[in-house]
Ligand binder design. Structure first.
Ligand code: ATP
Length: 430
């Protein structure tokens, strides 16, 4: 690869099957342009002579199957070309999945259900995006199931969701998020409430299966499940649970032989467990970096992203007009539990929350739960398994006046009155 000035930027000539990796410096922006040949960013093709802008902190790989030249302008922390990528293995994986879809089409069966697992920072989300983009480029309609409650590619952190993919992810903005199915989990790690995590996994699996029954394209497209990087203890058990809830056919294990062997041992023999290397380009992210990414995701939800600005609303909500719940009572020793009650029950219990100053800055999910159900007393079961229709942030609590001020994407009134509290906070600096 040769670098030199071209069109105001640095020109890189890439040979076939190589990639240009770069990171955008803090406080800077970088523009990328494809000058000749063909190239893609995580499975989404670049258009020639279009300028793509990446914000601070972006970590990008421009890969080419055929060879290309691109130009980069702006300040990058690093920018180098690598010939050593696992892309051919990833492409072969895609080809095998596509084979399964063809077979499903022929035999009137369902397409592959794939779970992508591995420790943190091995490129799980990137592999999911790649496989989804390749599938959709062939006209498939795969579903992304996002179980990574820390770094969700679909919704705000603390949620678990499913999204039908209809076009490749946008090079700059990622998935176009239209009508995802989102559930409230409430925290950024499954360990906070593993019972709830497993329950919501089952819920998503059930809804997905129902959809497959009525939608042939969705059934053939199958799903790609992105999971958390917590692969030990209960985290591992959650993966096994997910595999069984979704009845997965394929598990792609990134970078960890131990996990690969454990899953091979514990999953039924018809599940194909495949070990794949991670890309050398995947960048490790620090705790701070992850926290920032989570904050950005919430900010985007309220204020929009790049070209698209949203204008959120601030208004007062009377305590008496809403019901706020937290899911999961603090665990108590087994010996103190009422007769006939198990620890599971406490983790899935809805605890009414009386608004106080400590609610300030918390993110709340607005539940779609049918409010009639509540009157009927069905709320306890219905609420956990009801999807979420949006999120608000509490910006102020006036205990005297019995009102709280909230930041909301839509004007008042709230569409629903049942709110679930997250242990995630967002400080609105605007
Ligand atoms: P998590 O631990 O959050 O689950 P993950 O395993 O899903 O992480 P990714 O989010 O896929 O990892 O990747 C981590 C970061 O590395 C992302 O910012 C992504 O854009 C970047 N990245 C992935 N592959 C490459 C590559 N080949 N070159 C450069 N950057 C890359």
């Amino acid at each position: 690869a040769g670098a030199g000035a071209g069109g105001g930027g640095t020109r890189f000539d890439l040979e076939k099957e190589t990639e240009l990796r770069f990171e955008v410096e803090a406080g800077e922006k970088v523009q990328l342009e494809l000058l000749t040949g063909l190239a893609e960013v995580f499975g989404s093709e670049l258009n020639r002579n279009k300028k793509y802008t990446f914000p601070p902190g972006s970590k990008i790989a421009v890969f080419t199957w055929q060879g290309c030249s691109v130009s980069l302008s702006g300040k990058t922390e690093v920018a180098y070309v690598s010939k050593d990528t696992p892309m051919l293995l990833y492409l072969n994986t895609h080809a095998a999945l596509e084979q399964m879809r063809r077979q499903a089409e022929r035999d009137n069966e369902r397409g592959p259900r794939v779970m992508v697992v591995g420790p943190t920072d091995v490129g799980k989300s990137t592999v999911c995006r790649l496989l989804l983009s390749y599938a959709v480029r062939l006209g498939r309609r795969p579903t992304l199931v996002e179980l990574d409650v820390g770094q969700s590619g679909v919704s705000v952190p603390g949620t678990m969701s499913a999204l039908c993919i209809e076009r490749p992810a946008d090079v700059e903005e990622g998935y176009s998020v239209q009508a995802p199915l989102v559930y409230h989990f409430g925290s950024t790690t499954p360990g906070t409430n593993i019972k709830l995590y497993n329950k919501l996994t089952s819920c998503l699996a059930e809804v997905f299966s129902q959809r497959c029954e009525v939608n042939r394209k969705a059934s053939v497209g199958g799903c790609i499940i992105n999971t958390c990087g917590w692969v030990k203890g209960s985290g591992y058990q959650a993966l096994v649970h997910c595999a069984s809830a979704f009845e997965v056919d394929v598990v792609l294990v990134l970078d960890q032989e131990r996990l690969y062997n454990e899953l091979k041992r514990d999953l039924p023999h018809f599940v194909r467990v495949v070990l794949l290397p991670k890309s050398g380009g995947v960048v490790e992210r620090s705790k701070d970096c992850r926290r920032e990414a989570r904050d950005d995701k919430i900010r985007e939800y309220f204020y929009g992203f790049r070209g698209v600005s949203f204008y959120p609303h601030a208004f007062d909500v009377r305590f008496s007009d809403v019901r706020i719940y937290k899911i999961g009572a603090p665990s108590i020793p087994d010996s103190c539990l009422p007769l006939g009650m198990s620890q599971d029950d406490t983790q899935l219990k809805l605890v009414p929350v009386t608004p106080g100053r400590d609610l300030t800055h918390h993110v709340l999910s607005v539940s779609c739960a049918d409010e009639g159900e509540e009157v009927a007393g069905g709320v306890r079961r219905g609420l956990l398994e009801s999807p979420v229709c949006g999120f608000i942030v509490v910006t102020n609590v006036d205990t005297q006046g019995q009102v709280m001020t909230v930041l909301s994407p839509a004007p008042r009134p709230l569409p629903r009155h049942t709110l679930l509290i997250m242990d995630i906070r967002f400080i609105d600096l605007k």
